[in-house]
Design a protein around this ligand. Structure first.
Ligand code: NAP
Length: 495
């Protein structure tokens, strides 16, 4: 179950949001009395309530907004119990002073905005001893391992326990709460009005992650990246799982560079069966792979890991997707070596450029790599056996194929292009890996000139579809995945 927290300044807004949420399917809401800017009229909020409520009145030191006296706050909490609300949230230090009465269930809570303490189990025992019906522990995550420690505690608990890690790194603990046995998780009314760091909205929890369908048998997949904020992979993969009615969920894991080793180790206990790997981990994950396909070894980077029993298997679907996209753009027969001897200019020397340059070299194209940091181009060219040229020399070449593997042109910098229009020629094939927006300035200009164009959306959908097949062994719903991606990006690209 999802508990949606409502924090509004006026009674009227609070009641309106409560009603609206119930219409959308919410079955439990938390009314945050500390957000109300005038004297709280409790009865007005809870009489005729459309669904069960948790009454919470948080002090500033616990991350709330309560500006009144502690005496007044305690009176409100006692009044809520006397009125018979379904749940009342009592912080650990006041739980002993407010006795049980009637049917109201007691959530004994602790908030730590600094860290996830080492002694979670000891804290849990202390809180459970305060006549708790539910223990709630909410702490700040600084590493992905904090999620596992929290979920482990939730699973072990002999009383219903909600354990949440705050912050973007902690988001998986919110999504996976139900899998580990928590009675509910918390969400917010709207994703732009979070009441705690890292909180997701009710709609994200229901529409994207299908939270209420997650149970102990749900297989976990996800993307490991840093930054993670705008990854579109959770939208596409979860929608595809839903279409095929699979008991699987795809989670955004923000994993800082230094935490990747521990994170991969923790994956098994978290129930993670497969991962998309992106910046900055595509290269560093290689040391954890028991097996990898030949492209991974050739490129020196993996973007997909499958956990098969205790082994991690690595794949590079970027490479295959990019080559499939190039093949699809050809008028002729791809088996006739259409790229042999063709001059290809690859802009950028990062993960994506690496995969595409590798594929083009294999296909006997004359590959030239131009990147802002020349040393990176040189290292890559040396590894692949092709040429590096200075970024400023990119117009000296007359390429048949141009690949943009830089983020230039990506939202919000949609008026930028890595290659000046005046150097474009109709016979060129222009492949922009940027997918947000789909129609980048480079592609718009290339199309106007008469070039053959390949979009980043084409490549993104293909790599996601290949990952889906690796994750599930089933045929991916490619058409729908493309539509979902385009809808998520929107006509002008999204931030
Ligand atoms: P990356 O490893 O960070 O590499 C980025 C490359 O672009 C580096 O060579 C970097 O040069 C260069 N660069 C960055 N900003 C630049 C600028 N302003 N001017 C010139 N060069 C610049 O990133 P990646 O994983 O390869 O991803 C690159 C892009 O590919 C992403 O932004 C995304 O749009 C796209 N992508 C597409 C797909 C798809 O499926 N369609 C998948 C993944 C990524 P320095 O070394 O100097 O920083």
């Amino acid at each position: 179950m999802i508990c949606v927290s409502i924090g509004r300044g006026r009674h009227k807004q609070m009641k309106a949001e409560h009603g609206h949420l119930v219409e959308q399917g919410a079955r439990l809401v938390e009314l945050r009395l500390d957000y109300i800017r005038r004297d709280v009229n409790l009865k007005r909020l809870i009489d005729d309530r459309p669904c069960p409520v948790i009454i919470t009145c948080r002090r500033e030191r616990d991350g709330g907004k309560w500006a009144g006296t502690e005496q007044a706050r305690m009176m409100l909490l006692r009044a809520a119990i006397a009125e018979g609300v379904e749940y009342v949230d009592l912080e650990e230090d006041v739980a002993g002073d407010i006795p049980r009465y009637g049917k109201t269930k007691r959530i004994v809570s602790l908030h730590d905005f600094r860290e996830t303490p080492d002694d979670l189990e000891t804290i849990w025992e202390r809180m459970a001893g305060l006549d708790a019906d539910i223990v709630k522990i909410s702490t700040m995550a600084h590493s992905p391992h904090d999620n596992l420690r929290m979920l482990r505690m939730v699973k072990k608990a002999i009383l219903p326990t909600v354990g949440i890690c705050m912050g973007e790194i902690g988001t998986p603990s919110r999504i996976l709460a139900g899998k580990f046995g928590a009675p509910f998780t918390y969400a917010t009314f709207h994703h732009e009005r979070t009441l705690a760091p890292g909180q997701l909205s009710f709609r994200q929890m229901t529409d994207v992650f299908q939270y209420d369908k997650i149970d102990e048998n749900t297989d976990v997949y996800g993307v490991a990246a840093d930054p993670i904020g705008h990854s579109l992979s959770p939208i596409i993969h979860n929608a595809a799982f839903r279409r095929l009615k699979l008991n699987k969920v795809y989670v955004p894991f923000r994993v800082p560079r230094e935490d990747i080793d521990d994170f991969l180790f923790d994956c098994r206990e978290m129930g993670v069966k497969g991962l998309s790997i992106t910046i900055p981990h595509k290269e560093s994950v290689l040391r954890h792979l028991a097996k990898a396909d030949s492209s991974v070894r050739g490129i020196g980077a993996a973007n997909t890991i499958i956990f098969d029993d205790d082994q991690a298997l690595g794949y590079n679907t970027d490479f295959k997707a990019a080559m499939d996209s190039l093949d699809a753009s050809l008028k002729g027969d791809p088996t006739e070596k259409p790229f042999a001897g063709k001059a290809a200019l690859v802009l950028g020397a990062g993960g994506v450029s690496r995969a595409i340059a590798f594929g083009l070299v294999q296909r006997e194209a004359q590959v030239h790599i131009a990147s802002r940091t020349h040393m990176r181009s040189q290292e890559l060219a040396e590894r692949l056996g092709c040429r590096a040229i200075e970024w400023d020399e990119r117009y000296d070449l007359k390429p048949d194929i141009i690949v943009n593997g830089t983020p230039i042109g990506m939202h919000p910098n949609v008026d930028e292009s890595p290659y000046d229009r005046k150097h474009l020629k109709p016979a060129m094939t222009v492949f922009d890996t940027v997918y947000n927006p789909e129609q980048t300035l480079l592609l718009k200009e290339a199309r106007q000139v008469g070039c053959t164009v390949i979009t980043g959306v084409e490549m993104f959908v293909r790599q996601a579809a290949l990952q889906f097949r690796l994750f599930t062994g089933q045929t991916p719903p490619v058409k729908e995945m493309r539509e979902d991606l385009k809808r998520a990006i929107g006509p002008h690209g999204r931030g």
